[in-house]
Design a binder for this molecule. Sequence first.
Ligand SMILES: [Mg+2]
Length: 248
Amino acid sequence: MVITTLLFDMDSTLVDIDEIHFSKTYFKLLHECHFSDFDLGYFCDSLTEITRSVMLSKLPKEFTLDTFVREMSKKYKRKQKHLFKDLLHFYNNDYDTLNPYVRPMEGVKKMLEHCFNEGYVVVVATTPVFPEVAIRKRLKWGGLEDFDFKLVTHAGNMHFSKPREEYYQEVLEKIGGKLNECIMVGNEYMSDIVAPTRMGMKTFYCPLPTVNDDLFVSPELKRFSKIRPTYRGTINDFAKLIADGLSK
Ligand SMILES: [Mg+2]
């Protein structure tokens, strides 16, 4: 089957991000700006827990942003409309402090230019737990703001999140795409590879070189050990695959 549509994960796939320092600073900053009446440790743990529950939630009529804010409202005893206002202000302003942790990924801009020139439909399939402004800023910091992506998933336009199959289904519905004409490219096995591979989509797994190669050491992942990506390599190997003509 001819591949017409490329779905790319964003963080550590299309943009180079120092995920550890980025997350640490993000939590600290959000805490400082709007949640300093809570203990920092409690805030980090509870927000992580909320994020996980939003990623796994199955509410087809509610955007993930609304689920997120509703859960935050319950946990931190704040009105949803105040939380929306604070979060919007945070992402529009203070979030810029995180810019130094996000950089262009070598070779990606050229690879995307080639993909667009070849007429592929290109989607940024990033975990939709952040509002659009945050995702667009990370794309910009990665030097990719000028591309005309068919879809960039975010908390304001998606009802489901990775790693759920429903997320990939929703992406296909939004772009009018066919499962067997797509390939999903990403660096995280659970989020980017398991669900699309299971659904029958082609996948390209590009873990960072620093990642422990033995994926299936952890008992949690062992049960997925039979699910293998169609391809595996670096993002530059994917660029070569495209240059050689993936759909030809
Ligand atoms: Mg990633």
